[in-house]
Design a protein around this ligand. Structure first.
Ligand code: S3P
Length: 430
């Protein structure tokens, strides 16, 4: 992200109202990729409005798939398993999900392609997908340290049984997608269970998977068939609003039709443990994905420690939890979250630096942060570092600060939620 228009956030008194959010980013990526290699027309409503999912659509178009988009509705004319060789590099923009998951599908194609990304994506580690895809038979060259751009030559793949060294749903998804093209049964063993959207999506598109404990297996050669789906609201985007409501005792916020997949909804438990009132109604399921209406009631905020499996489950929500930590009674300690250092920015450093700009005391650690509670923050000049979740997290922290906060690079929010700042204004009261 190069352009950096800033946004000013003024303190608020309360959060109230109701919202419906654009479709979940993780689900949108997966449905778009699987629709591309399925047979038939996949119709997706409430597709993510984020630039990341637009990058995925751009890549699948470049691979010969017809995509019609009208606002949040997307129609994908699946080509079946054989894609068309691209005539130029596949631009994944800022999206690690696009690059890692699409690599799995490209590994099964009998042509070469190049995957590129923006400055942030060009710094992110890809060795985690390169190593297992090469074991399956793909040839991939990267820049030093396993960084993009990637030159990927696919072909005949053979199944492997792979123990993932880091918990990563993107790596798991990449290998399950590659497994569709492999001879034999591909098995992925996770150290900690990560989000299971790919498993659910593959089943929705007609594939069979076996799941036992932390191991998931997929047999190669399965054909996919198109689906119709309404994508539930993005729970990682909702996290910003839920935390904003949590900041002000007496706040009442409802978010309808929100993704409630248990592998993504750990934030609800954490907010309950922190004292926030949470209720979920109108639970429904489509294609294995749960959705529901979440009501949030602000109360005095307690502190918490996030560690172990929770850190993996909350990896995208930690920035906003950390940003509100100074306002809690007991503070927040985050451990086992080293992965945050290799996201769109080094999020541990970005959180620490920006909290300090607002006057907070913060202890930065290699794998996390310790932020004392009971601190008063003052408005300041935040730098998003071009990272969408940092921009949005500090917009939330700014709501309870003294004075105005300027967020430089606020437009990074377009990566996952272009309408974020407008939606925030509709629910804050001053
Ligand atoms: C995602 C998995 C997580 C997450 C990212 C989306 C996914 O990344 O941080 O925003 O959709 O699978 P990792 O797989 O690197 O943990």
């Amino acid at each position: 992200m190069n352009v950096i228009p800033s946004t000013v956030i003024r303190p608020a008194l309360n959060v109230a109202g109701s919202l419906r959010l654009p479709g979940d980013k993780s689900v949108s990526h997966r449905y778009a990729m699987l629709a591309a290699i399925a047979e038939g027309e996949t119709r997706l409503e409430n597709f993510s409005t984020g630039a990341d999912c637009a990058s995925t659509l751009g890549c699948v178009r470049a691979l010969g798939v017809d995509v019609d988009r009208s606002e949040n509705n997307v129609l994908i004319h699946g080509r079946g398993p054989k894609l068309r060789p691209p005539t130029s590099p596949l631009n994944c923009g800022n999206s690690g999900s696009t690059m890692r998951m699409l690599s799995g599908i490209l590994a099964g194609q009998d042509f070469s392609s190049e995957l590129t990304g923006d400055e942030s994506l060009s710094r992110r580690p890809m060795a985690r997908v390169i190593a297992p895809l090469e074991m399956m038979g793909a040839t991939i060259t990267a820049q030093s340290g396993g960084r993009p751009p990637l030159q990927l030559t696919g072909g005949k793949l053979k199944a492997i049984r792979y123990h993932m060294p880091v918990p990563s749903a993107q790596v798991k998804s990449c290998l399950l997608f590659a497994g569709l093209f492999a001879t034999g049964e591909t098995a992925v063993v996770e150290p900690i269970r990560t989000r299971d959207h790919s498993e659910l999506a593959l089943r929705a598109f007609g594939a069979e998977l076996n799941h036992e404990g932390n191991e998931v297996r997929i047999a190669g050669g399965q054909r996919l068939r198109a689906i119709q789906a309404v994508i539930p609201g993005d729970i990682s985007s909702a996290a910003f609003f839920m935390c904003a409501a949590g900041l002000f005792p007496g706040s009442q916020l409802a978010i309808a039709d929100l993704l409630m997949n248990p592998t993504r909804a750990r934030l609800l438990d954490i907010l309950i443990l922190m004292g926030v009132g949470i209720s979920v109604t109108q639970l429904e399921e489509q294609h294995g994905e749960l959705r529901g209406t979440v009501k949030v009631e602000g109360r005095a905020l307690k502190g918490i420690t996030i560690a172990g499996a929770d850190s993996a489950a909350l990896i995208d929500e930690i920035p906003v939890l950390a940003a509100i930590a100074p306002y809690t009674e007991g503070g927040i300690e985050i451990r086992d979250a080293r992965e945050l250092r290799v996201k769109e920015s080094d999020r541990i450093a970005a959180i620490a630096a920006n909290l300090r700009v607002m006057g907070a005391q913060v202890e930065e650690r290699d794998d996390g942060l310790k932020i004392a509670g009971g601190q008063k923050l003052r408005g300041g000049e935040i730098d998003s570092l071009g990272d969408h979740r940092i921009a949005m997290a500090f917009a939330v922290a700014a709501l309870r600060a003294e004075g105005e906060t300027r967020i430089r690079g606020a437009d990074a929010a377009v990566i996952s939620y272009p309408g974020f700042f407008d939606a925030l204004e509709t629910v804050v009261q001053r």
